[in-house]
Every structure is written in C-alpha cells, then in structure tokens.
Design a binder for this molecule. Sequence first.
Ligand code: DGL
Length: 283
Amino acid sequence: MAIGVFDSGIGGLTVHRKLVDRLPQADLIYLADQANTPYGGKDGEAIVDLTRAGCERLFSAGCDLVVLACNTASAIALRRLQQTWLPDCRRTLGRPVNILGLIVPTIEAATGMPWEHEAERRGDKVEKLDILAVFSTPATARSRVYEIEIDKRRQDVAVFVEPCPNLATLIETGAGAVELATEVERHVKSVSARIGRPPDRAILGCTHYEMVADMFRAALPPGTPLIHQPQATADALVDYLAKHPQYDVGSSGHRQFLTTGRPGAQHMLAETFWGGPLSFGQA
Ligand code: DGL
C-alpha cells in the first residue's frame, strides 16, 4: 500500500519532495498527467474527469490515500469527487481510501487559523490590512477558493489573485531562466499595480511555481514572506495519518514515478529541483 501524489505534470514534485522528507518510510507513487497538462486553462468538468482518472489509476496501483499536489484539481475537483465518487469507489475497492488536497493546509498556514475556525463578523474597523497575493492558474483563480476561504477566517487579510495563464506550461516544457523570470516579473508587477503597492505576503498557488520560487523572491520586495504549500501539505498529512491509522501507506520507502505522457521528457528543472535523476515510467 502507498500514498499517491497526483499533478498535471512535474509541479507536484515540489510536494512529493516534502513528503519524502517528512515520511521517509512511506511508499510513494507519483503520477504526472502530462498527456493532459496544463489543467489550468480547462473547464471544470474536464478537470474533474481527469482528476478522477488519475485517482482511479493510483488506487488501482495500491494507494490508500491520494494527495492532489495540484491547486487546480484541489480547487475544482476535490469536493465533487469526495462527495459523489469516493463512497462508491470505496465499496468497489473494499478498503478505506481517501483523496486529500493542498488548499486546506495552505489556507491554515496563510491565516494562522485551523480550518474549523470562522471569523466573528463584528463589523469592527480593521486597523491595518494584510495584503496577500496569490499566484495561480486561471481555473484556480476562477474558483475564488482563496478569496472565499481566507475571508471566512480573517477580516484583516485582503486577497488579490493573479492568474498566470502561461507559467505552468513554461515550467513544464523547460523554458529558459530568462523567459521564466520575465513572466514571473510581469505577474508580480501586474498584481502590485492592482493593489497599488507590492503585496505583504504571497502564496505560490500552483505547485509548478514553487520550482521558480527564487524568481518570485527576486521580483517581490526583499523579505516578502512566501507561504510554502509543499511544507504545509506534508505537515498536514503527517497529522492526518496520526489521526487516521486505517490508511496503510507502506513502510519500505519505495518511490515510483509515472506519467501519462512520454517518459524521458522530464527535464532539467525537475531534476535540479529534485536533486537527482528522475526516472518516469509509463502510466
Ligand atoms: N500544478 C498545478 C496546480 O497546482 C496545475 C498546473 C496546470 O496544469 O495548469 O495548479
């Protein structure tokens, strides 16, 4: 049995890396849906169907838990699949399985509040607004999940979401550093112009962007805190497993990488980021 880690491409490796650090003995199967990447420009139904297919593949490979290491899939498909598909899926498989996303831990990290917390609406004047920029795919931006969920918990945080339609594809296809940095700067400037000044903090709300976190750091004012989704997700999974011992996540530290695309096309940036060669098999 194992933990499945799913993304449209290589971005979820950023989460996988932190899962390995926190759960070195767990068996992990990474699935990159590179035949269908990018998800960020697709409509909701397509994202739900592709995410379900990815989870099905990982459950049939023996995963008890699937972590959606993809904001787009988490924002658009997670609740639908948990409510409408998982109950039947558990009956068919005859074992406990679940799908977890990364938006809940990210919002907990960004608000400093547990998910259960709801802000009291007292109508007090907020003395100082904390301006949080979220860089995401267009589909995640359209879902408005970050604005809605942060607003429920913190009245003193204002969220500005900046959709970056090309960035995940540039990263996925191995664009050069200059092209990537120019695209990152353009979006940082664009959101800063909408705010009227640079943001106080930022969420890299697409797992691909974590691979170019240094470029975001360089484009934002020095010291702007970035909320680290991969770390928050790995920490949340450790807590979840402690509370849910029914899920068997393996104990041999075995790691397998699968792609629906062409094995071998996982380029330098992913390997540099990963810290070694990555060998993907055909899903
Ligand atoms: N890495 C994904 C995310 O976190 C999706 C990128 C894409 O396929 O557009 O949203």
